[in-house]
Design a protein around this ligand. Structure first.
Ligand SMILES: Nc1ncnc2c1ncn2[C@@H]1O[C@H](COP(=O)(O)OP(=O)(O)O)[C@@H](O)[C@H]1O
Ligand SMILES: [Mg+2]
Length: 263
């Protein structure tokens, strides 16, 4: 573990994700400064902070999604289940299978609902139609979408509502059997009712997956997360149990942010 306070806070948990002295650069611009944090297994950790503070950048370091950005560079370590994912020889495809991602804008493929969910398992080698059908059903059930789409699996996914499309993308992420789910403002483009569905869903998925969610909505962080990390200008200012962050922040910057003084 990385610092004494965090170690105490997390002593009863399995720590699944650890970042250690993590710096991140876009070319000459440093976006993350010495991030050290541990995130517990089968819990929801929210990343909050004002726009541009590095939440998405940090989230993307956890499955090496930043690798594809030209000029991007990482220093320090990210350990997933104890293994440094930036170590030479890491299988990035396998990593991203284990650490799935859901984005702000739902992005289904212009294919059938079935094919959207079957896509991942197929490229990872599942060919058997029956086996694929079972995975598709299980993933859609977990994403809370099965009842709504079971009679029209061959319809184009783009015909679904925004909220359904986002749950489809969650099903797509679940279909390759990840261990960790990264969500970058997954509900910020949705209406209140669809947002509530996604939030309920996060409550169900936390039994099965370790979840890290970026949100600029503090009420949402308070509702869905167990732990909260507050970022400011590329640094981790405070990490604590969500209840404590919102009722008794230790740092002045955190307090100013959650009381709405900036951000
Ligand atoms: N692809 C990119 N190329 C260059 N700079 C970027 C890129 N993405 C983000 N940044 C910069 O990194 C900083 C952190 O951004 P980001 O992680 O997106 O913050 P947040 O998600 O908290 O709004 C910002 O200054 C942003 O302009
Ligand atoms: Mg962002």
């Amino acid at each position: 573990m990385v610092d004494k306070k965090q170690a105490l806070l997390l002593e009863d948990f399995d720590i699944e994700i650890v970042s250690r002295d993590l710096n991140f650069y876009y070319g000459d611009n440093q976006a993350l400064f010495g991030i050290s944090v541990g995130m517990p297994a089968k819990q929801v950790t929210a990343l909050i902070g004002p726009s541009g503070c590095g939440k998405s950048t940090f989230l993307r370091t956890l499955n090496r999604m930043n690798d594809i950005i030209p000029g991007a560079r990482v220093e320090g370590q990210v350990l997933i289940s104890g293994k440094d994912i930036y170590q030479h020889g890491t299988d990035v495809v396998k990593l991203r299978r284990k650490v799935g991602m859901v984005f702000q804008k739902s992005n289904p493929f212009p294919k059938s609902i079935f094919e959207n969910v079957a896509y991942g398992p197929r490229i990872h080698g599942t060919r058997d139609r029956q086996q694929l059908a079972a995975i598709v059903e299980k993933s859609l059930v977990r994403a809370g979408l099965w009842e709504e789409v079971k009679d029209r699996l061959n319809d184009n996914a783009l015909g679904l509502s925004g909220g359904q499309q986002q749950r489809l993308c969650i099903a797509r992420a679940l279909a390759v059997d990840p261990q960790i789910l990264l969500m970058d403002e997954p509900a910020s483009a949705l209406d209140p009712k669809s947002t509530a569905r996604v939030e309920d869903l996060i409550g169900e998925l936390r039994e099965l997956y370790t979840i890290v969610i970026v949100t600029h909505n503090m009420q949402q962080a308070a509702r869905v997360s167990d732990f909260t990390a507050f970022f400011y200008e590329g640094a981790l200012v405070e990490f604590n149990a969500t209840k404590l962050i919102f009722t008794n922040p230790k740092e002045k910057q955190t307090e100013d942010y959650i009381t709405g003084r900036f951000g």
